[in-house]
Design a protein around this ligand. Structure first.
Ligand SMILES: Cc1cc2nc3c(=O)[nH]c(=O)nc-3n(C[C@H](O)[C@H](O)[C@H](O)COP(=O)(O)OP(=O)(O)OC[C@H]3O[C@@H](n4cnc5c(N)ncnc54)[C@H](O)[C@@H]3O)c2cc1C
Ligand code: FES
Length: 370
């Protein structure tokens, strides 16, 4: 074949592929144009006309209805459940791991996975309508350890947040560096529930994590931070004589808020034992504060557990993983509730031990930082 023929073939192939991609993109546009869809929420309590084509989670957020979510719509947290009684289509493979048979019967779906394509009927718990969005000012940012930052945010003048100690907020990033889109992630509130005009968070850097890299490298004091909340059912029940609190890393955040809550409610009848696990000395923080609370409040005991003490640490406290101290120091689950927060691995190991000791699903409460 001569050069002219080769050139002709290449040009015609390029033209065909160009035409094909034009047809595909036109078809995509046409097929994905779902027009306006009607959302009927809680049997007519609210009716919304929305543009179809986005996830139910983001469509509702656009209407200021905030469904709990921690993974930003990646189908890895399972928090964004709502009942869709009409218009959702079949359950997707991505949803299956999070939806039990009982939930399937109630038409529960992951709202981040369901796309709004037609009219829908939804059932949303009433308390989710109280979730609000706040445009806060970051007024303080402090390194608590080499990888955990404390953020203190001031709510706009006149606005307050009513949350139960232990609950979390969603934190929205802004585009930065190569990340062109906003993402949102869950962070437990570490400040006191009685302090309603500020929110504090403890955010641990996850290598290559989109939100935590934003917080640790791009965010500056004085910036505006968008939060929504409060969310979650990790809060104090207190129908017992003693709380066993367990945390590792930034899992300390909601436990700190819970400890202050018990103190401020004057529940001197409620004993608290806080097991705080760290691998090395540099992972410990808030040590002086918890030691002070222990001195001032005889119903509170603080048990820091150091997994890998070095001779130069001169460590006098509990040695080994937090599971060792739990095994040795907690006798049984009688008249006790357990509150756990941190990585899924640590929590699973602790929950196994607690169940062996007689704690049950009704007396164990946790937030896994997935
Ligand atoms: C209810 C709830 C409350 C939470 N509260 C807090 C809190 O108070 N403080 C806090 O620091 N975090 C908290 N988290 C975790 C937080 O929501 C994010 O998942 C975490 O900060 C990572 O976000 P990212 O965008 O930086 O990482 P992503 O971009 O989402 O993830 C990047 C990569 O890191 C992996 N990864 C994600 N998280 C972790 C992790 N923790 N350790 C190791 N690898 C990980 C992912 O699988 C992924 O491969 C909470 C999570 C939940 C569900
Ligand atoms: S937002 Fe996490 S599973 Fe839907």
């Amino acid at each position: 074949m001569d050069f002219g023929a080769i050139l002709k073939t290449v040009i015609s192939l390029a033209a065909v592929s160009g035409a094909l991609s034009l047809v595909i993109s036109l078809a995509e546009k046409l097929l994905n144009n779902y027009g306006t869809c009607e959302l009927d929420i809680n049997a007519g309590r609210k009716k919304l006309s929305v543009k179809g084509g986005s996830s139910l989670l983001s469509t509702l957020a656009g209407e200021k209805i905030f469904i709990p979510s921690a993974c930003g719509g990646k189908a890895t947290c399972g928090l964004c459940k709502v009942a869709v009684t009409e218009g959702a289509g079949p359950l997707l493979l991505t949803e299956e791991p999070y939806i039990s048979q009982e939930e399937r019967d109630r038409h529960i779906r992951l709202s981040c996975q369901v796309k709004v394509k037609r009219d829908m009927k939804l059932l949303i718990p009433e308390d989710l309508f109280n979730i609000r969005e706040f445009l806060c000012e970051l007024v303080e940012m402090e390194d608590m350890t080499y990888d955990i930052k404390r953020l203190r945010m001031k709510l706009p003048p006149g606005q307050t947040i009513d949350f139960k100690a232990g609950q979390f907020v969603q934190f929205y990033t802004k585009p930065y560096g190569k990340v062109k889109e906003e993402v949102f992630r869950a962070y437990s509130i570490s400040s006191k529930a009685s302090e309603k005009d500020h929110v504090e968070l403890l955010i641990r850097l996850v290598p290559n994590g989109i939100c935590t890299t934003y917080v640790h490298t791009a965010l500056k004091v004085g910036d505006t931070v968008r939060l929504s909340g409060p969310y979650g059912d990790f809060y104090l029940r207190g129908n017992c004589e003693e709380l066993i609190m367990i945390a590792g890393g930034s899992g300390l955040a909601p436990i700190r808020s819970l400890v202050y809550d018990v103190i401020e409610k004057g529940r001197d009848d409620l004993k608290m034992r806080f097991f705080f696990g760290a691998n090395t000395m540099r992972d410990f923080y808030y040590m002086e504060e918890f030691a002070r609370i222990e001195k001032e409040h005889p119903n509170f005991s603080f048990i820091p557990c150091l997994a890998f003490p070095k001779p130069e640490d001169n460590w006098k406290g509990a040695e080994g993983f937090v599971t060792v101290a739990l095994q040795e120091q907690v006798q049984n689950g009688e008249n006790r509730e357990a509150y756990l927060c941190g990585s899924p691995g640590m929590l699973d190991a602790c929950i196994r031990i607690l169940k062996e000791k007689g704690f049950t699903d009704r007396t164990i409460f946790f937030d896994k930082f997935t």
